[in-house]
Design a protein around this ligand. Sequence first.
Ligand code: FES
Length: 125
Amino acid sequence: MASLRINGTTHSVLADDDIPLLWVLRDELRMTGTKFGCGIAQCGACTVHVDGRAARACVTPAAALPGREIVTIEGVTGDVARAVQETWRRLDVAQCGYCSPARSCRPSRCCRRSAGRPMPTSMPR
Ligand code: FES
């Protein structure tokens, strides 16, 4: 059993040492916003953040993450997330929507990391 901190909440999970975080999120915790695409760290559909950095959940063992701060698309909120979503709507970025959570997760976190600078409330046009 491992203890994972995800979106600000601590979860006790039963994952074996070699189980990728993606399957813990989807199958055990029912956080289905993070998607499976290729399974080999190439497509980005499974992108989450670990300690503020983008990580491919399909190849990241859950057992390596106790004590780390994990953020999934379900935890991406606030002004920056809204600005990213609004920009996507305005530009008709989304197509089928399958990879949208990961593609929305990454820029939201990047903007949030720009500490010391004003938080954008809208993206450039
Ligand atoms: S599922 Fe494609 S990078 Fe993880």
